[in-house]
Design a protein around this ligand. Structure first.
Ligand code: LRH
Ligand code: MN
Length: 430
């Protein structure tokens, strides 16, 4: 029987923290009441909030230079589900995970769906992979996949995406995320127009294979692994494609997929306006697609994104139903600790955005009172909502201090005993 953290241990650990927590929660309740805010409404909203965990994120990540595996690495999708369930058990913020194929391939997907259900998890968007060649693959994706000059390669890539939809149907998923690495490294290597035509032609076939109640998430990325042009490099290309494909196609925003100074929250506002915001791959970055822990470098940027999302939610923007997912690479931390911390930082940005006095903000904006407007917005970000996040966890049986409780449980040590280490070092993101 593989080790699971006992709920009694979580309760014991919480017992030692309860008095201080209740004191902090009471103080924040009084502070927010002075601002005309009901803390219970915010805590309730946070308790209903969720962000999906990427199955590829529970194993130690790496770069092209090296990947330094840690103890108790998950050996396959069943181990990954256990680790995802532990993150949900302690944070109560991650009821779903987002799988990646063929990284998560299994012999019996019904069995996989049952195991996930038994662990209290469901599957969010399925991720396809035509950015690597698999052993025994007939045609290579070296020069592209859905936009390869050779129709046969495009067909192979389309077939893989259709296969991902079939797997997703067995897992109860309702969306397919398509990120392709297709692009060029030399000016002239690609016809920048024709490759977009091939993209539309190929994704139209994938779109045609979508069940009625599914959505197709198109993920743009400025560069890497292509370093001169990327076919779906920005939100504009993604939106053009989504609008050309049909009402079930949406644009997914990975925070790390933009040039350093891009105003991502404005991209979010535009995609919401177009009714085409698929959702997010949350992470943080300082330079490129660093896939660092959400909120670890620029938590204010994450808050500004959630300010647009809460604004859309508040005014009931048409077609607003974003999927929230993390997409990170944990190269130097215990991936479970990083994912718990990141889920809590995403929930923090949401809670802070809920504190913004939107009526007063609109009045200040109408009055062109720049500083008053900025201060009203910043007031949300400057409020320490930790007691609200903790209370939302506590009420659902989670930990008041998930990382301390996880360490106290010795989960990683137990998994190192259960999961024999895989010899030798490697490189690459997973
Ligand atoms: C591409 C990406 C994409 C995933 C991959 C693991 O950079 O963000 O979402 O398929 O990372
Ligand atoms: Mn991503």
């Amino acid at each position: 029987m593989s080790y699971r953290i006992a709920d009694t241990l979580i309760a014991e650990e919480n017992a030692g923290l309860n008095a201080a927590h209740e004191d902090d929660y009471g103080a924040l309740a009084r502070k927010l009441a002075r601002r005309g805010l009901d803390i219970e409404a915010i805590t309730g909203a946070v308790a209903g909030f969720g962000v999906a965990v990427p199955t590829w994120g529970v194993g130690t990540g790496g770069t092209r230079f090296a990947r330094f595996a840690g103890p108790g690495e998950p050996r396959g999708i069943f181990d990954k589900l256990e680790d995802c369930a532990t993150i949900q058990q302690l944070t109560r913020l991650t009821p779903a995970c987002s799988p990646h194929f063929p990284w998560d391939k299994a012999s019996d997907y019904r069995e996989l769906a049952e195991r996930a259900k038994a662990l209290g998890l469901r599957f969010d968007a399925i991720n396809s992979n035509t950015f690597q060649d698999q052993p025994g693959q007939r045609l290579s994706y070296k020069f592209g996949s859905l936009t390869h000059a050779d129709r046969a390669v495009r067909e192979q890539a389309i077939a893989h995406n259709i296969e991902c939809i079939e797997i997703g149907l067995k897992l109860g998923s309702k969306a397919l995320t398509v990120w392709i690495a297709d692009g060029s490294n030399f000016p002239g290597q690609s016809n920048l127009n024709r490759v977009f035509d091939w993209y539309l032609e190929s994704t139209a076939e994938i779109y045609g294979g979508l069940p009625e109640d599914w959505r197709l998430f198109l993920e743009h990325k400025l560069y890497e692994p292509a370093f001169y042009s990327t076919v779906i490099a920005d939100w504009g290309s993604s939106l053009m494609a989504a609008q050309a494909l049909g009402p079930k196609a949406f644009c997914l925003v990975d925070l790390g997929h933009h040039a350093a100074s891009v105003n991502i929250e404005q991209i979010v506002a535009r995609l919401v306006r177009a009714g085409r915001l698929a959702g997010f791959h949350f992470n943080d970055s300082k330079y490129g697609d660093d896939d660092l822990d959400s909120g670890s470098v620029d938590p204010f940027r994450l808050f500004l994104v959630f300010n647009e999302l809460v604004d859309a939610q508040t005014r009931k923007a048409a077609g607003f139903d974003p999927a929230y997912m993390l997409d990170q690479s944990h190269n130097v931390t215990d991936p479970i600790e990083s994912l718990m911390q990141s889920a809590m930082e995403v929930a923090r940005a949401y809670a802070q955005a809920l504190l913004v006095d939107r009526a007063a903000l609109a009045a200040a904006q109408e009055a062109s009172d720049a500083l008053a407007a900025h201060r009203l917005l910043k007031a949300g970000f400057l409020t320490d909502v930790s007691p609200i996040l903790a209370e939302a966890r506590r009420r659902q049986g989670g930990g008041l201090d998930p990382i301390a409780t996880y360490r106290k449980a010795g989960y990683r040590t137990r998994k190192a005993e259960e999961r024999p280490a895989v010899a030798g070092s490697s490189s690459g993101i997973v």
